[in-house]
Design a protein around this ligand. Structure first.
Ligand code: ZN
Length: 239
């Protein structure tokens, strides 16, 4: 039965009653919880505004839990130092990323950052990762410098149904999800093997831990396509 709250929510009048913030160490996410489902959603780069908008609107009708970066920049910053929130999901990846983005960092600064990230990683993952067999969908936006072409060489399988639009693609970690997505009119790559170098990204973590993960990449600003691809995945991938 539809409640008054559901009716208002579907009209966009009362979008997110159960919204709160997940604080853990240096990372903060706004949390949107709607209904009950094993679906999880992640928006990790604060400057990817199209993905934030698409996911926020999606959660008005979709059941599950969404985590949205609680800042407006790509990187999280702390006392003049910064790190990419999609490179901190392993100790190795986080260390390399801190060194790369802060070439003149002091040893004390480095230790502070890496210890904070190491200390809170498990807790964050416990909150964000879906229950067993659940699906995590991450939404990203890219610019001119990145497309599906950059992923082909390091992917296990590739289907380019929309090769003319290389900025729009799915990257997934589960072979069965890949089979389904490869039947879509969109580009998709599968990365399910443990890669030689762990860059600390969420997709590597998911592949390493056997988590069903789908990364939805669309050019910044191409909201209609991101909505279309998200809806396709939602309708066709099993819960
Ligand atoms: Zn991103």
């Amino acid at each position: 039965m539809q409640t008054r709250r559901d009716a208002l929510r579907s009209l966009g009048i009362l979008p997110f009653l159960k919204s709160k913030v997940l604080h853990s160490g240096l990372l903060q996410f706004s949390v949107i919880r709607h209904g009950s489902s094993t679906r999880r959603y992640l928006h990790i780069h604060g400057n990817e505004a199209t993905a934030r908008e698409v996911l926020t609107e999606h959660m008005a009708t979709q059941s599950g839990v969404a985590f949205l970066a609680n800042n407006q920049q790509r990187n999280f910053a702390m006392g003049g130092m910064e790190f990419d929130p999609n490179r901190v999901w392993s100790h190795l990846g986080a260390s390399a990323n801190i060194r790369k983005l802060n070439p003149r960092i002091s040893e004390a600064g480095f230790l502070y950052l890496i210890e904070e990230l190491d200390q809170h990683r498990e807790k964050l993952l416990k909150a964000i990762l879906p229950p067993k067999n659940g699906l995590l969908i991450a939404l990203h936006n890219n610019g001119q410098g990145y497309s599906v072409q950059d992923e082909i060489a390091i992917s296990d399988r590739t289907s380019l149904a929309d090769a003319a639009n290389p900025h729009e693609f799915f990257l997934c970690t589960d072979p069965q999800d890949y089979q389904i997505l490869a039947g879509s009119p969109f580009n998709v790559v599968l990365q399910n093997k443990v890669p030689p170098t762990d860059d600390g990204s969420f997709s590597r973590l998911a592949a390493n831990s056997g988590v069903r993960y789908v990364n939805l990449e669309v050019a910044l600003g191409n909201k209609p396509r991101q909505v279309e691809m998200l809806n396709w995945a939602e309708k066709n991938l099993p819960i």
